[in-house]
Design a protein around this ligand. Structure first.
Ligand code: NAG
Length: 329
C-alpha cells in the first residue's frame, strides 16, 4: 500500500509523540492530603515483615496498632519484602491474608498502605502483588513498582530498587520474576529519569524517597553500591530530605556527611537479630538497633519528627529536623 505524503507526515508525527511520551513517561501519582486540622501528617513505616505472625511480626503489628491510634496515622508505608520467603504465588495465595490481613488487625491500621517490592517479593509472582485483585481481598493494600504519593507539604517518591542490584541477575540459587523489567538497562534508566524529573518538578517542602534496598547501612547487607552510584547523586542534587529503606532487618539512622540527607532503615517487621554490625563513623551512625520494631514520622510544614519503637512499644530513638520557610509578612 502506497502512503501519500500527508499520511506519512501524520504517521511520523504520531510516532514522534508516542516515542516522546515513552521517554518522559510519568510515575503514577496519588494524592493523600493530611486530614488533621493542624495540617500535620503522621505515618508508620515497617519493612521485611510477612511471616504469618512469626518472629514477633504480631508483636510489632500490635504496637503499630497502638501507636497508629495514638498518632491517628494518615497512612502506612511498607519498605518491601512483604511476603517471605518467595513473595506471593498468585493473587489467591493464602499467605496474603495470613501475613497481612490477619496480622495488621488494629482499627488504626485499616488505613491505606503504600508498599514497594523487595528482593524476596521478586522471587515470587510479582504481578500478584501488583494486582488490583488484592485490593478486592483487602482494601488497604496498594503495591506498585515506582510511584508518587503527594501530601502537599511532603511528597513521597517510591522507587523499585531490586532491579538495580547486579547480583540478582547472576545468582543461581534463586529465580526472580523479571517480567516487565527487561531490557534491564532501559528499565533502570527510565526509573532514574522519572524519579529525577518528578523530584525536579516537586514544589513540596519535604521530599522523601522510599525504596527497599539500603543506600548506606552498617547492617548485614551493608551499602548497595549500585544505588550509591546511580540513585544517590540524584537525591543529593535534588535536595531530598530522607531516604527510607528496609532490606537490613534492623532499625537505623545514618546522617550524610555531605548534606541534610538522612538514611533511615525500618526493616524490623519480623525476623531480625542478625547480630552483625559493621564499623561505621560514629558521627554519621546516629542509631542502630538490631532487633524488631517500626518507625513513625510526624511531618509538618516546619518540622519532621522521626521515632523508632521496639516490640514493647518502647521508644528507642528520636530525631527531628526543621525547615523554616520564608513567609510573607
Ligand atoms: C521477640 O522480641 C524479644 C524482645 O525484643 C526478643 O528477646 C526475642 O528474641 C524476639 N523473638 C524472636 C523470635 O525474634
Amino acid at each position: 500500500m502506497a502512503l501519500n505524503n500527508k499520511t506519512t507526515t501524520i504517521l511520523l508525527v504520531v510516532y514522534t509523540v508516542v516515542a516522546t511520551v515513552n521517554v518522559v513517561a510519568e510515575l503514577q501519582r496519588f494524592d493523600h492530603r493530611p486530614t488533621k486540622a493542624d495540617g500535620s501528617l503522621d505515618i508508620l513505616v515497617v519493612g521485611d515483615w510477612g511471616r504469618r505472625g512469626l518472629y514477633n511480626q504480631s508483636d510489632v503489628a500490635f504496637q503499630m496498632g497502638k501507636m497508629g491510634e495514638k498518632m491517628n496515622v494518615d497512612f502506612i508505608v511498607s519498605t518491601g519484602d512483604n511476603f517471605y520467603d518467595d513473595g506471593l504465588t498468585d493473587d489467591n495465595d493464602p499467605l496474603f491474608v495470613e501475613s497481612f490481613t490477619k496480622i495488621y488487625t488494629a482499627k488504626s491500621l485499616q488505613k491505606q498502605w503504600y508498599s514497594v517490592l523487595g528482593n524476596h517479593d521478586y522471587r515470587g509472582n510479582v504481578f500478584a502483588q501488583l494486582s488490583p485483585a488484592l485490593k478486592q481481598r483487602d482494601s488497604k493494600w496498594l503495591c506498585l513498582r515506582s510511584f508518587i504519593v503527594n501530601s502537599g507539604i511532603v511528597e513521597f517518591f517510591f522507587v523499585d530498587t531490586t532491579p538495580f542490584q547486579d547480583k540478582y541477575f547472576t545468582e543461581e540459587d534463586h529465580d526472580y520474576d523479571w517480567r516487565g523489567i527487561l531490557p534491564r538497562e532501559e528499565y533502570l534508566s527510565n526509573v532514574l529519569k522519572e524519579v529525577e524529573m518528578a523530584l525536579e518538578e516537586s514544589s513540596a517542602t519535604w521530599k522523601i524517597v522510599i525504596g527497599h534496598h539500603t543506600i548506606f547501612s552498617a547492617g548485614h547487607h551493608g551499602n548497595t553500591q549500585e544505588l550509591v552510584d546511580q540513585l544517590l547523586p540524584i537525591l543529593e542534587e535534588k535536595e531530598v530530605d530522607l531516604y527510607i529503606n528496609g532490606h537490613d532487618h534492623c532499625l537505623q539512622q545514618i546522617s550524610s556527611p555531605n548534606s541534610q540527607l538522612q538514611f533511615l532503615t525500618s526493616g524490623g517487621g519480623s525476623k531480625a537479630w542478625r547480630g552483625d554490625i559493621n564499623q561505621w563513623n560514629p558521627n554519621e551512625l546516629k542509631f542502630y538497633y538490631d532487633g524488631q520494631g517500626f518507625m513513625t514520622l510526624r511531618i509538618t510544614e516546619d518540622e519532621i519528627d522521626v521515632a523508632f519503637y521496639d516490640v514493647f512499644g518502647e521508644i528507642l530513638h528520636e530525631w527531628s529536623t526543621s525547615k523554616y520557610t520564608l513567609k510573607d509578612s
